[in-house]
Design a binder for this molecule. Structure first.
Ligand code: MN
Ligand code: MN
Length: 357
């Protein structure tokens, strides 16, 4: 049986092919994958290790923090701070930039991460994950500040996530396609199992939190009502809906078999432009999705070109199969120019929750 490549082997191979990365970069990715393995181990123990349940406090964004949010954050920090490859880190769980402790050397990369995504799903044993994004730190910076992290997603050196599901997988892009690795627990290595993942351009599956329907903008209502009208509506085909409420799991499904995910702008809380965070959720996932042939948009701009204004900035996210993302972006454009044609089905006006307004 031919041996399949490990993640480390793959990274070194890519480095040789494109010579865009340094040995330090390979070592950094080794630390990131170790952090993911440590978190996978802890999550796998679950209630046996007493790691379920809520932590004492809230995170910097006023969200309920689970014990595992705190532990996973600590694992990410401790596993990545010592190697000498990072100039600084930012995390969903920390208000400010996390500096590298004085006893360790500093490097030229910046790491932004969501240590545990979908953590509200932990206690019900649904897939959760860790998301990461690596940027370059500008030359000559000795103490990285928030400003150094505010680079558009197009500047990412690499991005990926680990998903802790029935199997643990790490999915990665270094800017030349998307590769999936499955954790072999016996030998403790991520093994290349899904080379060159591609998202089909077409889909008939979408994922959205429909309980927010009354807060959506008209172009989103238009798109969803057209999907729900199915075969007899303007799309001429039936759609299926999915909602896992774990961003990593939604993106993973789309990378495996196509589909569309939306957490669009809504007017539920006008202070928030969207739900997901640009630097450590939207940007890394947008990079992966684009590298797999899909598209990622806020509805009005390509996510990777959005200029970040703050470490914890939120953005609307519409990503997945390219034809669907482009259609929704077109609906936003038509609405903004006042030339949209909302779909109104008499059937839906009387019978469905999804009423056009
Ligand atoms: Mn998250
Ligand atoms: Mn999180």
């Amino acid at each position: 049986m031919p041996l399949k490549s490990t993640l480390t082997e793959f990274i070194i191979g890519e480095h040789r092919k494109y010579s865009q990365a340094t040995g330090g970069f390979t070592a950094l990715l080794n630390d990131i994958q170790l952090a993911c393995k440590r978190i996978a181990h802890l999550i796998g123990k679950g209630a046996l290790a007493g790691v379920h349940g809520a932590a004492a406090g809230e995170n910097v964004q006023g969200e309920r923090q689970m014990k595992l949010d705190v532990m996973a954050n600590d694992i990410f920090l401790r596993t990545n701070e010592w190697g000498g490859h990072l100039a600084a880190m930012v995390s969903e769980e920390l208000e400010a930039v996390c500096q590298i402790p004085a006893q360790y050397p500093r490097g030229r990369y910046l790491l932004a991460f969501d240590p545990l995504d979908g953590s509200s799903n932990i206690d019900v044993n649904v897939a959760v994950g860790s998301i990461f994004s690596v940027l370059r730190c500008a030359e000559g910076v000795t103490e990285a500040t928030a400003q150094d992290f505010l680079q558009p997603g197009t500047e990412q050196v690499c991005a990926g996530y680990a998903i802790y599901g029935p199997t643990t997988m790490l999915v990665l892009t270094l800017g030349h396609g998307v590769y999936g690795f499955t954790l072999d627990r016996e030998i403790g290595e991520f093994i290349l199992s899904h080379p060159d993942l591609r998202i089909p351009a077409e889909t008939s599956e979408f994922a959205i939190n429909a309980s927010n329907e009354r807060f959506w903008e008209p172009p989103v209502k238009r798109y969803i009502s057209e999907c729900l009208a199915g075969r007899s509506g303007p799309r001429g085909k039936d759609f299926n809906m999915r909602w896992i409420a774990s961003f990593v799991a939604e993106v993973h499904r789309i990378l495996m078999r196509g589909g569309l995910f939306m957490y669009p702008k809504d007017n539920k809380d006008p202070a928030k432009a969207g739900r997901l965070r640009l630097l450590y959720e939207a940007n890394p996932m947008a990079y992966l999705v684009e590298q797999a042939g899909g598209a990622a948009s806020t509805g009005r701009t390509r996510i990777l070109e959005a200029a970040p204004e703050g470490l914890h900035q939120r953005v609307p996210v519409i990503l997945g199969s390219k034809a669907e993302v482009e259609r929704i972006a077109r609906y936003h454009g038509e609405y903004d120019r006042g030339v949209d044609q909302p779909f109104t089905s008499p059937l839906f006006n009387t019978r469905s929750l999804f009423v056009q307004q």
